[in-house]
Design a protein around this ligand. Structure first.
Ligand SMILES: [Zn+2]
Length: 165
């Protein structure tokens, strides 16, 4: 049986339920009914504003944002869910940290909730590098429904994989 790569860490019973939904061609409908709201964050500039607004609301004191962009080559699961590159530059003799935040371009067409979830995830990495308890506390601080959204986002990617080609 083919591995459900986005759900690798989840219990076999749950994976079996997802396989059943895929086999019945119902997974896409289930998600489409639950996540009806699209978003209009199309360009990298709009993405920057979107990320910056969330950061202002929740993480004002963390390091400044660097570049923010949709990345069509980004493999969503390669580095967990996105990338958060710490770039240190020497500016005026002082080391200044800035952060580049890339979002896989699959989220450009994803429901609004999944874009929010992925951005929350990447913003939390501005403060916590590892996926530890403090990291997930930050995520749920920014988005109380974070865990459900992350799971459903994994279902969404699984659905896209299953229907591709
Ligand atoms: Zn991560």
């Amino acid at each position: 049986m083919e591995m459900l790569k986005y759900l690798a860490g989840y219990p076999p019973q749950l994976q079996a339920q997802v396989r059943t939904l895929i086999a019945q061609q119902r997974l896409g409908d289930v998600l489409a009914h639950k996540y009806t709201e699209p978003h209009s964050v199309r360009s990298d500039g709009q993405l920057y504003d979107y990320v910056q607004a969330l950061k202002e609301r929740h993480l004002r004191k963390s390091v400044p944002l660097g570049k923010v962009l949709y990345d069509g080559r980004l493999q969503v699961m390669k580095h967990a869910l996105g990338t958060h590159t710490a770039i240190s530059r020497v500016q005026g003799g002082r080391l200044k940290a800035s952060r580049e935040l890339r979002v896989a371009s699959v989220f450009r067409d994803a429901p609004a909730a999944f874009l929010r979830m992925i951005v929350v995830h990447e913003l939390a990495h501005l403060k916590e590098y590892e996926h530890n308890k403090a990291f997930y506390q930050l995520c749920t601080h920014m988005e109380p429904d974070y865990h459900q959204l992350e799971f459903d986002m994994r279902l969404y990617l699984t659905h896209l994989d299953a229907t591709r080609g």
